[in-house]
Design a protein around this ligand. Structure first.
Ligand code: ZN
Ligand code: FE
Length: 265
């Protein structure tokens, strides 16, 4: 990953808002001075509505991975707007014009922003995350208090990918692609019943959802305090994992045991 200390401040200047899609997806709409980009447009309709309402011109589409709820709207949006499509080279992405592998820094000119591209395999084998300053767009890798299912990758890959994200500054904002926070917190409380930060977040998330608002963005600091998948080195999480699977050993073994437990929760 390229690091340029000058760019985080300048790349934070765009606005971000969620466009709810399907049951619980968020398509993130990034905009600045009449230009827009979207992250993971699984459906074109909410994007078209938001562009029309705000009078925005779509210049770029950032795709984190190939699942239909993340790229299903790409074809229609490209046909209508001719936007540049960034996405994983290792996956089948409709209309992909800028194939990426991770480690690149991309410029989205209309937004005046640069994004570092992070390779975060696990949910899928080519999954990418996009980091602009202190804003992380992480698709289905990291969720509020949870992480994506391992459809294509190994526990070791996902644990390493989550480790990369956990290494970002605590005040990094985390823009996940699904509203799964409350369900994930119920699981987090089962893993760590005595973690006060989990208890507090359950109350906070309930209040936020009662107002009809997204629990996102989260922050890396909040995830490190409440997300069991970022807490696999904590004695309480290790103990819970071993209760589930007595053979769970090492960081990856603990992660795999917790992930397997979550699948059946
Ligand atoms: Zn997915
Ligand atoms: Fe998804």
């Amino acid at each position: 990953m390229t690091t340029d200390p000058a760019s985080p401040a300048s790349s934070a200047a765009f606005d971000v808002r969620p466009l709810p899609a399907f049951r619980d997806n968020y398509i993130w709409l990034l905009s600045r001075d009449g230009c827009a980009a979207v992250v993971d447009p699984g459906d074109a309709a909410p994007v078209e509505a938001a562009l029309a309402e705000a009078g925005l011109c779509l210049v770029a589409i950032l795709v984190t991975h190939h699942h239909a709820d993340h790229q299903g709207g790409v074809e229609r949006l490209v046909a209508a707007h001719g936007a540049t499509v960034f996405g994983p080279a290792a996956e089948s992405i409709t209309g992909l014009s800028r194939p990426l592998r991770g480690g690149e820094r991309i410029e989205v000119d209309g937004l005046g922003a640069a994004f570092d591209v992070l390779s975060v395999p696990g949910h899928t084998r080519g999954h990418l995350a996009y980091l602009a300053g202190r804003r992380l767009f992480c698709g289905d890798t990291l969720f509020g208090a949870g992480c994506g299912r391992l459809f294509e990758g190994t526990p070791a890959q996902m644990a390493a990918s989550l480790g990369v994200l956990a290494g970002l500054p605590d005040d990094t904002e985390v823009y996940c692609a699904h509203e799964y926070t409350e369900m994930n917190l119920r699981f987090a409380a089962a893993v760590e019943p005595h973690n006060p930060a989990v208890r507090q977040r359950i109350a906070d998330a309930a209040a936020i959802r009662a107002r009809g608002e997204p629990t996102l963005p989260s922050t890396i600091g909040l995830e490190k305090a409440t997300n069991p998948f970022l807490r696999c080195a904590e004695p309480a999480v290790i103990a819970a994992a071993r209760q589930r699977d007595p053979s769970a050993a090492g960081a990856v073994g603990v992660f795999a045991a917790i992930r397997g437990w979550r699948n059946e929760f």
